[in-house]
Ligand binder design. Structure first.
Ligand SMILES: Cc1cc2nc3c(=O)[nH]c(=O)nc-3n(C[C@H](O)[C@H](O)[C@H](O)COP(=O)(O)OP(=O)(O)OC[C@H]3O[C@@H](n4cnc5c(N)ncnc54)[C@H](O)[C@@H]3O)c2cc1C
Length: 438
């Protein structure tokens, strides 16, 4: 007997961090037969989806298939690099989800058969589904950088999936002599967490300033601009001498249409990178390669020529494969960014749609939310926030006018407000990880 009721549906969907607004005409149909949803990937998108499916309709059998036993959040991993946080502080397990009745399977998904509606794993098991949710995150285009591959990345880490590479990069920073050079090579757009490389630069510079003040940090960027650029640059001027002859942080950009600082080749033995026009030698090198949807999305025929997954943003159902929904970084979800907060919001919209579809109800009218925090220096945080809604007329998602915004610059704010932004960033971390994994 289903425990799913229209009242519960509305109550829980309203509680879902205010991300989804439901049509008043939603029909009160109640399903009686057990439906199966298989979720591929237990990161931010997938774990949120699995938990909220069970919370919103406990009659659904939910199986979450995740390759790893522990999940390390990428958010706040830059604070592990600066030594402000320990790696165990960003580690989460799946017992909370099991407590909600999610069946958690640790295996690698090797294929999804959209016609037969089943998921295959490397342990030889097969899981049938009525609907499948795929949230595999990103994979990396090592092939675009001569001399770089998955094996080299173990010693010249991208650390763009948090975990052992985060620890490796931290140890390399600790081992570096004062006066050394750290090089960060951010990826081209689009990529996971647009402000992430620049927050990383800020956090590493904070560590260097306190422990190795003669060192330098070069950002070798294939782009002419980046997220929250004005706010980051002002912070770097304030704390790290940016723009002066004594700057700790230097940003080496690439004008549009040029390949000046587009990374082409790596000599791993000397930690030297060659770009279209320049050569940089590092003591600690952090290459963040170009990205596409997680590999399983490609294997399952969910990606288009861009390497990402086209979806109907009302339901997150793939436009290429029926009954499969793609959420999180792997999806083409513009104007939402590839962020954990957005993945969490998309998961709730997707779950609401799936429950409606499985119960022959009208799909609710979605809205979505995102905030990206970055900590430039202890006591100095910044953020960009937006609320989005689905436009039925255009079939597109657009920002809600007057919603969200950007932290003001130093002239229009106080350090007390900036300190509060840092506190919000840390409390956001506590809240979202509890929302996803508890
Ligand atoms: C340094 C850094 C800082 C960041 N800071 C922020 C921030 O402050 N705020 C914010 O909102 N976002 C931030 N992000 C972005 C955020 O981490 C991602 O957007 C978010 O994790 C995306 O969620 P996802 O579910 O798409 O992918 P993930 O969280 O990466 O989850 C994917 C999961 O799928 C699993 N998987 C993949 N393939 C398979 C397979 N074949 N079989 C089984 N399992 C599989 C993986 O093991 C993984 O657990 C940051 C990212 C980085 C790198």
């Amino acid at each position: 007997m289903s425990q799913f009721t229209r009242r519960n549906f509305l109550k829980l969907s309203g509680a879902a961090a205010a991300v989804s607004t439901f049509a008043c005409s939603t029909a009160p149909a109640i399903a009686s037969n057990k439906k199966r949803v298989v979720v591929v990937g237990g990161g931010i998108g997938g774990a949120t989806a699995a938990k909220y499916l069970r919370l919103m309709d406990s009659s659904i059998e939910v199986t979450l298939i995740e390759a790893n036993k522990d999940y390390y959040t990428c958010f706040m991993s830059n604070e592990v690099l600066s030594g402000e946080r320990d790696i165990d502080n960003i580690k989460f397990g799946y017992s909370g989800l099991k407590g909600h009745g999610v069946t958690v399977v640790h295996a690698k998904v090797t294929g999804i058969d959209a016609d037969k509606q089943r998921v295959m794993t490397d342990s030889g098991d097969t899981f049938a589904y009525d609907r499948c949710i795929v949230s595999p995150g990103v994979s990396f285009r090592y092939d675009l950088i001569e001399g770089y591959d998955e094996t080299v990345a173990e010693t010249i880490p991208h650390a763009w999936k948090a975990g052992s590479q985060t620890v490796t990069l931290r140890k390399q920073l600790e081992a570096m002599q004062d006066g050394g050079t750290v090089v960060i090579a951010p990826p081209p757009n689009p990529f996971r967490c647009p402000p992430g490389p620049y927050e990383r630069a800020s956090q590493i510079a904070h560590y260097l300033k306190s422990h190795k003040p003669k060192s330098k940090l070069l950002i070798v960027d294939p782009k002419p601009a980046f997220s929250k650029k004005g706010l980051f640059e002002a912070g770097w001027r304030k704390y790290y001498g940016y723009g002066t002859s004594n700057a700790m942080i230097e940003w080496h950009s690439t004008p549009s249409g040029s390949d000046d600082n587009v990374l082409k080749e790596l000599d791993a033995s000397t930690k030297t990178i060659m770009t279209g026009f320049n050569e940089y030698k590092a003591d600690v090198l952090n290459i963040i390669p170009a990205q596409t949807a997680g590999m399983i999305a490609k294997t399952a025929g969910l990606t288009d020529n861009s390497g990402w997954c086209p979806v109907n943003m009302m339901t997150f159902e793939s436009t290429l494969q029926k009954n499969i929904h793609v959420i999180g970084d792997a999806a083409i979800q513009s104007p939402l960014p590839k962020s954990g907060y957005a993945a969490n919001s998309e998961a709730k919209v997707c779950v609401s749609a799936i429950i409606a579809l499985l119960n022959d109800m009208q799909v609710p009218q979605p809205s979505y939310v995102n905030t990206c925090y970055s900590v430039i220096h202890p006591g100095d945080g910044i953020s960009v926030a937006a609320v989005y809604r689905y436009n039925n007329a255009t079939g597109k998602v657009e920002s809600v006018e007057g919603s969200g915004g950007l932290t003001p610059g130093y002239d229009d704010t106080t350090m007390e407000m900036r300190a509060r932004e840092e506190q919000y960033a840390h409390s956001w971390f506590n809240n979202i990880t509890a929302d996803v994994f508890s």
